[in-house]
Design a protein around this ligand. Structure first.
Ligand code: SF4
Length: 277
């Protein structure tokens, strides 16, 4: 039986997985079958994050050609954690070229970041509500304050092969609304908090897109309420899982990045089914 020590924090990704496929959530967070599978997309995205955060934090300009050594280093680190990860030399070279273009394009668009830099990888760890011992955990990619000190901005960096359409943005805003809500709860700030994405599209590596939105407080609260309802529906007060009706929700979209899609642990995987047809 799991106890509260195992489950005392909830991240946005746990909430997202629950909303995508409850079977995947159960296997990952209750059966603890190892829900993370490293891949080239995640490794590349992590590299873009780290290069940008490092140069902003250290006030250091990116040197042309540096991306490849970052990508190489992060690939080796991730491979130590997950031996299934495999990126060929050709892929390393090809994706590094794309990454290099992203960083160059980003550095030409300094206007995307408005205000004064406060912190990167800002750590959130705060109770999900006044009575809960379960905490919300997350990391804010970049946190800025306007020069007049009136407003905070949370920036989230996203990499994708298609850019970010309305569906992706709507899911992403739920994450950022939670970050804004729990940033306020953790810091007790009264300042308005704006949220935004900086989007890198691998198909258009020379472009960087930014979408900034100002949610009303109500929007943040609605997301926090949904998260709280999720936590209360799956864990008791001691943090033991109580969820029932754990059903799978297979589809090409849902199963594509699921670690259980091909290994036989989920007999309802869209990919096992399509292979059998
Ligand atoms: S393979 Fe598909 S149906 Fe099965 S757990 Fe994963 S996402 Fe759900």
């Amino acid at each position: 039986m799991n106890n509260i020590t195992d489950n005392k924090h909830i991240s946005y990704s746990q909430f997202r997985i629950w909303n995508t496929c409850r079977r995947q959530w159960w296997m990952t967070y209750v059966d603890k079958l190892g829900g993370y599978e490293a891949n080239i997309y995640g490794t590349f995205g992590q590299t873009v994050h780290e290069v940008i955060q490092y140069q902003i934090k250290n006030g250091r300009k990116h040197q042309k050609g540096e991306f490849k050594s970052w990508f190489d280093m992060i690939y080796k680190q991730n491979k130590e954690q997950d031996d299934r990860l495999s990126i060929s030399d050709n892929q390393l070279a090809e994706w590094s070229e794309i990454g290099e273009k992203h960083i160059e394009a980003f550095n030409k668009r300094k206007d995307l970041l408005r205000g004064d830099f406060i912190e990167s990888e800002y750590s959130l760890y705060t109770p999900i509500n006044r009575v809960s011992s379960i905490h919300f955990k997350g990391f804010i990619d970049l946190l800025y304050l306007t020069p007049d000190g009136d407003r905070l901005t949370i920036y989230d960096i996203k990499t994708s092969s298609r850019g970010w359409g309305p569906a992706e943005k709507s899911k992403g805003y739920e994450q950022l609304a939670l970050y804004a809500y729990y940033l306020r709860s953790q810091t007790k700030t009264k300042k308005p908090i704006r949220v935004g994405f900086i989007i890198f599209n691998r198909k258009k590596p020379n472009d960087v897109d930014a979408t900034l939105t100002e949610h009303f407080e109500l929007g943040y609260k609605a997301s926090a309420l949904r998260l709280t309802q999720f936590v209360q529906s799956v864990y008791d007060r001691e943090g033991n899982p109580i969820a029932d009706k754990i059903y799978a929700n297979p589809s090409n979209q849902n199963c594509r990045f699921c670690p259980y899609r091909n290994d036989g642990q989920c007999e309802q995987s869209y990919f096992l089914r399509s292979n059998n047809n």
